[in-house]
Design a protein around this ligand. Structure first.
Ligand SMILES: [Zn+2]
Ligand SMILES: [Zn+2]
Length: 167
């Protein structure tokens, strides 16, 4: 039964190896959304990545893919796309649509629910800002036309200082 022995040794090795993304019992998943039980290990892994880097960071699906590969986690880009979409639907992530067709994802945060973005069209650098007047403009416009307001966010396309220099 050498096969079994080596299999046991192998599984012991795998189990004792330090696995990334083990802190799954974060408060976000428990408190923010009742859907926490639908979080498969893969969804948790992606969500955990966003939690690690914290709010205010905007990642593309490719960014997420690279970061997971760096952490020695093999997940296909297609799976990442699907997972990100699901996490948006579940309310954990917020999707930011850039005009060039690119999409970025960020952690849904109660601290800054209605923030706006300044996006560099060349390098994709994304900065957040808050503006009461944007929120008010959205409220007013919705009110005047009889729409029910859900959110008012503004994405500003721009060139960051670095890209201006290399223009
Ligand atoms: Zn943001
Ligand atoms: Zn730039």
């Amino acid at each position: 039964m050498t096969n079994l022995a080596s299999l046991k040794r192998l599984s012991a090795l795998i189990l004792s190896a330090p696995t990334p993304f083990q802190e799954f019992d974060k408060p976000l998943e428990v408190g923010l959304h009742q859907d926490g039980r639908r979080l498969t290990p893969q969804r948790r892994m992606v969500l955990d990545l966003f939690e690690r880097i914290g709010p205010g960071m905007h990642l593309s699906a490719e960014d997420v893919h690279h970061q997971l590969l760096d952490a020695k986690t093999r997940v296909s880009l297609a799976t990442i796309y699907r997972t990100l979409r699901l996490l948006v639907e579940m309310g954990f992530l917020h999707e930011l649509e850039l005009s060039e067709g690119g999409r970025r994802f960020e952690l849904s945060s109660n601290d800054t629910p209605d923030h706006h973005h300044l996006v560099c069209i060349r390098c994709g650098r994304t900065e957040e800002f808050e503006s009461e007047s944007v929120l008010q403009a959205g409220r007013l416009a919705a009110e005047n036309i009889g729409f029910l307001l859900i959110e008012s966010t503004l994405n500003v396309r721009a060139l960051c200082p670095k890209c201006q220099k290399s223009n």
